[in-house]
Design a binder for this molecule. Structure first.
Ligand code: BGC
Length: 765
């Protein structure tokens, strides 16, 4: 294997991990689906202990949530992404013994992911119960040219024998068995049961249906024309099969393409299953492995052209960064009907749910580098507005919408409301993301057609959910009670700083865009019933938003009562008692000042102009001391702020922990899936952190400063239809306009004009 290149992720060069962690790390995906890189002989054989499976974005089943005390408005169903049969699964037969009936010995020899082409190459040595040894080499990829396709090539070569080897490519099971852990609520998942039928066709075409959500998925299988294979029936199931005459030392290859297609429920299509099956079959165009690969690799090439971050001075780190970016690309839904699950499409952790993770931690990467994908991700929220409106009414909120804390289909799926539904900040997070998208892309059509409606309806939520304060402390102020901020170790409080500041922003941008559209597209305001009176109410609530502040400590207070509680004895707590959520009752934790993750300081990060350096330092020091980072969404934010405070070592340390989180399995649960928000945070740390990117009116500012260990950092962004390349070294920054019209931008807040003819080269030191 050629593994020297900067885009190769070679097993031998990674820190050692358990099998399931590597299955996650090497998962292949394309936003539509993900396939874990498991032992291809496992299937449902309990002899092996991997966690194989196919995850299709948005394809879930429902399981009824059971509560001892089932209060009104509690989420009634959990949506769980289905762990579908492993497409890599294969059956061998040697000397009349089938590998799915009597386990063969499977030894992983090597793996390498080429992130430039998306091809995963794997080598396994397999021994039959009769001691015949052969080598299986797999080459597989999830197509980025046609997102429905998964392609896999198997090569077998006999190592100690000459003789017949039969290959059977079928899925005798439909419910992919997994060994789920039940002691970790982040991993635990209700079992879902799937049904299967085969559609009459020349090919094995499975129709997989869920019992409760009543979704149906088509998986069509075809042998590629490079090495045709016949379709037959074995055990009453259609399959491809062939017997090869192997000569010791000679290898034989055969390859398959899978088309995975389903009518997404948000699509509300009237097409029948058979037409979906027909379209899946049509997708299996008669192409060779190489043709399919070339098409897909070309798409990935475009991704790298837009999104690569080239770091020099630390080759290993440069590759680790690419690993994070590649996984983000592999995870992002791009059909307007799906988003990015917290674990990407690499595992069943968090049941495949979408959280604020997508908008706040991952979306910025796409907004700046792949704006078309960012648009699709935001469209997903637009398509779930009806559910969010119903939920608001169900929760007694008279106006506006209330987005779910965790969901797949747009409905609330959180069973523990204090750390779930109560995180109403998600509404403002979505609005913030839309504002960023519009400011960076200038996509006025999106604003008009979709974004503005979400911003107005979430602003209405705040007016309904909050109220005007009456007691002395809050008189004349707009207050928001009974919420949980990002820090899930503090719940159901009044005036969570982050929530109130984000709500304030939501209300302000509703005013900004209402005033803007009033002039250009007044009819939009009429359609949405936005009146001058309502705009004035948004404005007043934003102006008078209550933001708790501790006058003695001179810090932003996490909520009305936060600083009066005792501090959790973090240093005295043994390491094995973390994460606290797995060892202490929530109320025990709520009793103390202890933060699971960045909360109040998220506002320092998101609104850099809110505070001066002295305020930032006080907030940072205070909250860093009480934060345990039990969430993977935490360290990067502290790292970016450390950078802004010129604490170079801390910034670098936090960054390294962020980038390496999944490769080093530092949270201990990468086996359940990647930490996708943290991967997005790797990009945030580089661009918002070390490059110091910030938004200005119709422009952007850069305040770069590299860690000493790096020689240079180069990346590209799209800004209002222009592509711009930025190269930062220890001493200078060079900004080039690759396409589009001239633009004024800022370097350390000094204005520069950038044209195609005239790049900007500026010395930093
Ligand atoms: C964090 C949340 C996050 C969720 C999914 C939780 O542990 O506290 O902020 O949204 O994980 O990643």
């Amino acid at each position: 294997m050629d593994t020297n290149d900067a885009f190769q992720l070679h097993l031998q060069k990674l820190p050692p991990q358990d099998e399931k962690t590597f299955e996650t790390i090497y998962t292949l995906g394309n936003g539509h689906f993900g396939v874990r890189a498991s032992n291809p002989l496992q299937g449902n054989n309990s002899h092996f202990n991997g966690q194989p499976g196919l995850f299709v974005n948005g394809f879930y089943d429902l399981t009824q949530l059971s509560y001892g005390e089932n209060y009104s408005g509690y989420a009634q169903n959990s949506q769980t992404i289905c762990q579908l049969p492993d497409l890599r699964f294969i059956i061998f037969e040697l000397d009349g013994i089938r590998s799915d009936e009597t386990p063969y010995n499977v030894k992983l020899v090597d793996k390498n992911l080429d992130m430039r082409t998306g091809v995963l190459m794997e080598i396994f040595d397999i021994k039959s119960p009769t001691n015949k040894l052969f080598r299986l080499t797999l080459q597989s990829f999830a197509s980025h040219a046609d997102k429905h396709l998964f392609v896999i090539k198997y090569s077998v070569s006999a190592l100690n024998f000459t003789g017949a080897l039969t290959v059977i490519k079928q899925h005798p099971y439909i419910n992919q068995q997994i060994q789920s852990r039940t002691d970790d609520m982040r991993a635990s998942r209700p079992e879902t049961a799937l049904d299967r039928t085969f559609i009459k066709s020349k090919l094995p075409i499975m129709l997989i249906s869920t019992r409760k959500s009543q979704l149906a998925l088509i998986v069509a299988q075809q042998a590629l024309k490079d090495n045709p294979m016949q379709v037959g029936m074995i055990d009453d199931l259609p399959c491809h099969n062939k017997t090869f005459d192997l000569t010791q030392g000679m290898s034989q290859s055969f390859s398959f393409v899978y088309a995975i297609s389903y009518p997404h429920p948000l699509l509300k299509t009237t097409l029948s299953q058979s037409s979906f099956a027909a379209s899946a079959e049509k997708r299996l165009a008669n192409k060779s492995f190489k043709q399919l690969l070339d098409e897909s690799a070309a798409k990935i090439g475009e991704f790298w052209d837009n999104s690569d971050v080239e770091l020099t001075g630390d080759t290993a780190l440069a590759k680790d960064i690419r690993f994070n970016l590649f996984h983000l690309y592999q995870a992002a839904g791009n059909d307007g009907l799906t988003s990015i699950p917290a674990k990407g499409l690499t595992g069943s952790g968090y049941e495949g749910h979408y959280f604020w993770d997508a908008e706040m931690f991952m979306l910025p990467f796409f907004i700046y580098t792949e704006p078309a994908i960012a648009r699709q991700l935001l469209l997903y929220r637009y398509h779930t507005l009806p559910q969010a409106q119903r939920r608001a009414r169900e929760m007694g909120v008279k106006n506006g919408v209330m987005f779910p804390w965790r969901t797949i289909n747009g409905e609330e799926s959180s069973s523990y409301y204090p750390a779930g539904t109560a995180q109403v900040h998600i509404n403002a997070d979505i609005a913030y993301a839309i504002d960023t998208y519009v400011r960076v892309t200038g996509d006025e059509d999106f604003l008009y057609d979709y974004g503005y409606e979400i911003i107005v309806k979430t602003a209405r939520f705040w007016l309904s959910y909050g109220h005007w304060g009456k007691d002395i402390a809050h008189k004349g102020k707009f207050v928001i009670d009974d919420v949980t901020g990002p820090d899930e170790y503090t719940a159901m409080v009044s005036n969570n700083y982050f929530t109130n500041r984000m709500a304030q922003n939501n209300l302000s941008i509703a005013v900004k865009y209402s005033n803007q559209l009033k002039h250009s597209h007044a009819e939009k305001l009429v359609t949405l019933n936005v009146t001058d009176e309502e705009i004035a109410q948004f404005n007043q609530a934003a102006d008078e938003m209550y933001l708790p502040y501790d006058d003695q400590k001179k810090i932003k207070m996490q909520d009305d009562l936060s600083t009066s509680k005792p501090v959790w004895p973090i240093k005295e707590t043994p390491r094995n008692q973390f994460p606290l959520l797995l060892h202490f009752h929530p109320m025990t934790i709520y009793h103390y000042q202890v933060n699971k993750q960045a909360d109040t300081v998220m506002t320092d990060f998101l609104f850099p102009k809110d505070q001066d350096a002295a305020q930032l330092k006080r907030d940072f020091d205070y909250y860093e001391a009480i934060t345990v980072h039990d969430s993977s969404l935490s360290r990067a934010i502290f790292g970016i702020l450390a950078h802004r405070l010129h604490h170079a070592d801390d910034a670098y340390g936090y960054f390294m922990q962020t980038v390496m989180m999944d490769l080093s399995n530092s949270q201990g649960n990468t086996s359940d899936g990647i930490h996708a928000a943290n991967m997005g945070s790797s990009w945030l740390s580089l661009i918002y952190g070390f490059a110091g990117m910030g938004l200005e009116k119709d422009s952007f500012n850069l305040s770069p400063e590299l860690p000493e260990a790096w020689s240079s950092l180069r990346f590209r962004i799209w800004f209002h239809g222009r592509q711009i390349e930025i190269t930062i070294t220890q001493t200078a920054v060079t900004v080039k306009l690759l396409s589009g019209n001239p633009i004024k931008f800022y370097l350390k807040h000094k204005a520069f004009k950038l044209t195609k003819e005239q790049l900007v080269n500026h010395f930093l030191k």
